[in-house]
Write a protein that binds this ligand. Structure first.
Ligand code: C2E
Ligand code: CA
Ligand code: CA
Length: 391
């Protein structure tokens, strides 16, 4: 049976582009930008697949999913969005709960190859994709699992290098948390950080990561002058003693604060600007660099970003990873680099996966890069070796 793919995107040009991609892969496709026309076609044309933009001005994607669930459509769904992964994850869960069959969730801008790959997935896999994250197929975890894992010390850090864009010099690493589940599987942070946040356990995890970070920073050897970046949760904003405690801890361990960068996402920073201003200012006054992470996903204005005394800006990886294929992404990346430099911040691009993108970033004056092209996150004992090998 041939596949009929119905696309709903409020941006008609985007819809048409997706339609061409789908048709080029030998499937029938129609694209509409209006929800009413869309629902009429769902009934009349009976698509086998639906590609749905999550964020539209006249109607939101969640509402469309509700209407599709009501119609008990058997079409497989591919959800698109430029919003952050946490929102995408939530939308994924909403759709699965409503009994819709999700083939995949793709960040915007769309990579054509990725879209074709998702649409060609075997239908039998659809239920599975609906119940698990597209990336890891991690087992579902509960708050109880999480508590036990903390008690059993099942979390460990991995380290991803950060290099200077122009010279390739390694300047430090970012610490990322991993959970080794008792069935042996590695659970990625996207599968447990939101749960830890909602269960009030994130403070525990932040402390744990910071202890690992301070320990790594105290180690003599090839990394002794390097920096380390740690991710903070939005929940840290409510902890008014955080900056004091961290400064004291670093002093006791003999770690210079300028070597420890704290990363706060754009969404967290602009979601509560008063608390963010308080935390960022305290941290900077104690000598810690503070980075604004995932820039481009939060729709912040220049004024909002300029109001907070950050030292560094990180372009969200979704734009960097798609820069090789998408003019739109390249425009966003160069605008963020320019914005960062105008605010006198260092700019980091993460998610660099190919030489062409690295070259592009270098030509546009990006300061630092991270990404699979340079190295995937690695175990602690490998960080020294990796630097030695790079020479
Ligand atoms: P993030 O802070 O934006 O971290 C970057 C993520 O991108 C990491 O995923 C990293 O492995 C991945 N990445 C880096 N380069 C590439 C690349 O070239 N291609 C691709 N496809 N991916 C790349 P990871 O480790 O799964 O972490 C996901 C998110 O979980 C992090 O995003 C961060 O928001 C959160 N996270 C991780 N560790 C912690 C933590 O200790 N505390 C808190 N609060 N959040 C954490
Ligand atoms: Ca980060
Ligand atoms: Ca990021």
């Amino acid at each position: 049976m041939s596949k009929r793919v119905l696309i709903l995107d409020d941006d008609a040009a985007v819809g048409q582009t997706i339609r061409f991609t789908v048709e080029a892969a030998g499937m029938e496709a129609r694209a509409v930008s209006d929800p009413d026309a869309f629902l009429r076609l769902v009934d009349a044309w009976e698509p086998t697949h639906i590609v749905l933009d999550l964020v539209m001005p006249q109607m939101d994607g969640i509402e469309v999913m509700r209407l599709l669930a009501e119609r008990r459509t058997s079409a497989r769904l591919v959800i698109l969005s430029g919003v952050g992964t946490r929102v995408l994850d939530a939308a994924h869960r909403v759709a699965a709960e409503k009994g819709l069959r999700i083939l995949g969730v793709l960040p915007k801008p769309i990579r054509p190859a990725r879209l074709r790959e998702v649409l060609q997935r075997n239908n039998d896999d659809a239920r599975l994709a609906g119940n698990h994250r597209e990336r890891g197929a991690a087992p579902p975890v509960t708050a109880e699992d999480l508590k036990r894992a903390i008690e059993e010390d099942r979390f460990f850090p991995v380290f991803q290098p950060k290099i200077r864009c122009d010279s390739g010099e390694v300047t430090g690493f970012e610490v990322l948390l991993r959970w080794r589940h008792h069935d042996g599987q590695l659970i990625p942070p996207d599968a447990f950080i939101p749960l830890a946040e909602s269960e009030g356990l994130i403070g525990e995890l932040t402390r744990l990561v910071l202890e690992h970070a301070i320990d790594w920073l105290s180690e003599p050897g090839p990394t002794e002058s390097m920096g380390l970046s740690v991710n903070l949760s939005a929940r840290t904003l409510n902890d008014i003693h955080f900056a004091d405690r961290l400064a004291r801890r670093c002093r006791d361990a003999g770690v210079a604060p300028h070597r420890l960068t704290l990363e706060l996402t754009e969404t967290a920073a602009t979601g509560d600007p008063v608390l963010a201003l308080d935390l960022v200012t305290r941290l900077r006054m104690k000598g810690f660099p503070v980075s604004i992470d995932d820039v481009g996903t939060g729709y912040s204005s220049m004024a909002q970003l300029a109001a907070l005394p950050f030292s560094e800006m990180k372009v969200d990886k979704s734009f960097v990873m798609s820069a090789a294929h998408s003019q739109e992404s390249r425009t966003i990346v160069t605008s963020i680099i320019e914005l960062g430099h105008n605010l006198d911040l260092d700019v980091v691009a993460e998610g660099v996966e190919d030489e062409g993108t690295l070259e592009f970033l270098r030509n546009h004056g990006c300061d630092y890069v991270q990404g699979f092209l340079i190295a995937r996150p690695m175990d602690r004992r490998r960080t020294g070796e990796w630097i030695a090998r790079r020479g």
